[in-house]
Design a protein around this ligand. Structure first.
Ligand code: C2E
Ligand code: CA
Ligand code: CA
Length: 645
């Protein structure tokens, strides 16, 4: 009996005990039941069976020569040991590739079949050994002898271990700290076990090392409590970010379907916050019935992501359509039936979303599609991403001086003399080129940067007036104001401060505002306008004719000028009715003693049409497009004298 006999026996037995308690632990844990979890159970199973076999061989080995039962038991134990041990390396490899999300999430079927074939053949060698004796046999003296088949099994095991380490290496940066620690722990303990056993073949420590390593993996990787959303039982936002980072680094192809419940008012108003949670849970439960649970995430309030691997665009669309259809039917929340509306988006990763930032922006900010087109996909995503690019461009542009003020001159209709200009902002983006305000102003309003832009424009205008002595030549420069700005409580002081700092006479600044929707807003707006007018600023109503044209409100507003929108002018040229509308509006505005500027004048014919109506000022491409400052200054120079002599 060798000196390690007792120790080997004890270690094998301990390995079995450790695996058994791991089994119990996993059973009571909150796992998703995905392939990775199943492979982990198989690994535990293999180590347990091997431990039992080693315990038995260890126990009966000393009686082999005298006892026939000992021979029988040792034979069987050795057989099962081989059959199971052969599966250990491949299973370890399959496990690693699932943890790293490498092979089995992509659609490389060829690779998959190769691994399965190698695994299958080695298992076949082990299973058929009692008949073939290719792996091992007992010689005439009952001595255990190894055959060539064992070398093949070891070779295959080495291949699988090598591949596992390779994938671990490739995916290393995609693994979070926890997974890294788990993998390092398992690998070092197992390798240490194998090395000790190699140095000292009689000390069978490998299995025990593996059991301890697996325990670590179980506690660190298989325990997903911090990845799970407690309310819905789905993966949480953190899990999504982690997994997506992995997929992006590994270049794993997938479709992501984003679902958002678009009914926040109903959910919160009817019976408080609890109802939102209830609705989320209902939807989560429904999603679990149509998709694998471990591929569903709750990204945030009312937002879910489903990930699909190796599916076609059509299959992804079908799944999204199915979800959309479900939302045509009511949901039972507590005792009431509630209709929830949804919006859906399908993104191809990495083709359409190349970075985590893009993906989060997309999923968190996409607007619901139109009624007849509930599911956004393909080119819709490009528009959303452009929005994201514009956001970045605005934030960087403010710091990097990428905004520029263009000036579009305005003229008097009598004698067509230079009256002033409208300041129109532009944004130069290194990649997208020049961006126009129609596109970026709404984005700037959304992200709260409109104040900074409008301040920049106002300062630029004041500086230009002062430096170029424009106050000696023009009547006013028009500056656009966002209504949101005007409603701010300290706006009047703020603007006063800015303009006073530059020393420009306030009457040279003519603010353009658009009509507001609600009457309560009118009041706040009017107070601000009145206060600014007292300071000497002028005010114009922009885009007249496109909004609500609430006559009473118009009469109540303290304005200097009405800017009639280009669409009204163009319509007057096209139809009799359009002409009547323009003519009567102009007459009415005159009766209110306000001056009139018509925008969008592109032809001489349009001026001829306007002349008899008593319009005061004109603006449009007929005279000039909006131009950079130096070009505008040239126009000013050429114009010579003041219009208002
Ligand atoms: P808006 O105030 O109605 O400005 C007039 C727009 O019509 C300008 O477009 C101008 O280029 C265009 N336009 C002028 N004459 C003609 C013409 O004869 N034919 C045609 N087809 N178009 C003409 P732009 O510069 O793209 O500005 C778009 C809108 O962006 C502006 O509409 C204004 O509402 C907003 N905006 C521009 N600059 C600022 C700013 O500094 N602050 C704020 N808050 N909004 C701004
Ligand atoms: Ca304007
Ligand atoms: Ca306008």
């Amino acid at each position: 009996m060798d000196r390690f006999y007792n120790l080997t026996f004890a270690l094998s037995f301990a390995a079995v005990c450790v695996c058994m308690s791991d089994f119990l632990f996993v059973r009571v844990q909150n796992t998703m039941g995905k392939t990775q979890n199943k492979i982990f159970m198989i690994l535990l199973c293999i180590v347990s069976v091997n431990g039992i076999c080693n315990t038995l061989t260890g126990y009966y080995a000393p009686f082999m020569e005298t006892n026939d039962i000992a021979v029988q038991v040792t034979d069987r134990a050795r057989y099962f040991y081989f059959v199971f041990h052969t599966a250990l390396a491949p299973m370890f490899f399959f496990y690693i590739s699932h943890v790293c999300g490498v092979v089995f999430k992509s659609n490389s079927n060829k690779k998959k079949y190769f691994y399965y074939t190698v695994f299958g053949l080695t298992e076949l060698l082990a299973i058929t050994n009692p008949f073939t004796k290719w792996v091992y046999y007992r010689d005439a003296d009952n001595k255990f002898t190894r055959n060539w088949g064992e070398s093949i099994i070891y070779l295959a095991a080495a291949l699988f271990l090598f591949l596992a380490l390779k994938y671990l290496y490739t995916a290393w940066s995609a693994l979070n700290r926890k997974r890294k620690v788990g993998m390092i722990m398992f690998t070092t303990i197992t390798v240490a076990g194998i090395v000790i056993q190699l140095i000292n073949p009689n000390l069978k420590v490998e299995l025990f090392a593996e059991a301890i390593g697996l325990t670590g993996v179980m506690m660190i990787i298989e325990n997903e409590d911090d990845r799970i959303d407690t309310e819905t039982g789905l993966y949480n936002r953190q899990a999504f970010i982690m997994d997506l980072e992995g997929y992006l680094i590994n270049k794993t192809k997938l479709h992501a379907i984003c679902l958002r419940i678009e009914t926040p008012e109903i959910i919160s108003r009817k019976s408080g916050i609890a109802n939102r949670e209830l609705a989320e849970k209902k939807v989560a439960d429904y999603l679990e019935t149509i998709h694998k649970k471990y591929n569903i995430y709750k990204l945030g309030r009312r937002t879910f992501i489903l990930t699909l691997f190796g599916r076609s665009d059509d299959e992804a669309y079908d799944l999204a359509s199915r979800i959309a259809l479900r939302f045509d039917k009511p949901w039972k929340l507590a005792d009431t039936m509630v209709l929830l509306s949804s919006s859906l988006l399908i993104a191809k990763i990495p083709e359409q979303l190349e970075s985590l930032n893009d993906a989060l922006y997309m999923f968190e900010s996409f607007k619901p599609g139109k009624k007849e087109k509930k599911i956004l996909s393909g080119a819709d995503l490009d528009n959303i991403l452009r929005g994201s690019a514009i956001e970045k461009s605005i934030s960087n542009g403010l710091a990097d001086g990428k905004f520029e003020v263009y000036y579009q001159p305005t003229y008097t209709i009598d004698g067509r003399r230079l009256h002033g200009a409208e300041a129109l902002v532009r944004l130069h983006d290194d990649e997208m080129g020049m961006l126009f305000p129609d596109e970026f102003i709404p984005v700037a309003e959304n992200i709260g940067l409109i104040d900074a832009i409008d301040d920049f424009v106002l300062m630029d205008v004041c500086k230009t007036i002062k430096e170029e002595k424009l106050d000696e030549i023009v009547d006013c420069i028009n500056v656009n104001l966002s209504v949101m700005q005007l409603m701010k409580p300290d706006f009047v002081e703020h603007v006063n401060g800015l303009v006073e700092m530059t020393g420009v006479d306030k009457k040279f600044i003519n603010f353009e505002v658009t009509e507001s929707i609600s009457s309560e807003n009118y009041e706040i707006m009017n107070t601000a306008i009145n206060n600014l007018k007292k300071e000497g600023f002028q005010f114009s109503l922009d885009d007249y004719g496109t909004g609500y044209s609430n006559m009473k409100a118009l009469a109540l507003m303290n304005l200097d000028c009405i800017k009639i929108d280009k669409s009204i002018l163009w319509e007057a040229e096209k139809s009799k009715l359009g002409f009547i509308i323009l003519e009567n509006n102009i007459r009415m505005i005159h009766q209110m003693h306000l001056s009139i500027l018509v925008e969008g004048v592109e032809t001489e014919a349009q001026i001829k049409l306007l002349e008899p109506m008593g319009v005061n000022y004109l603006q449009g491409y007929f005279f000039s497009k909006p131009v950079p400052k130096d070009k505008f200054l040239k126009i000013v120079q050429e114009s010579g004298t003041r219009s208002k002599a």
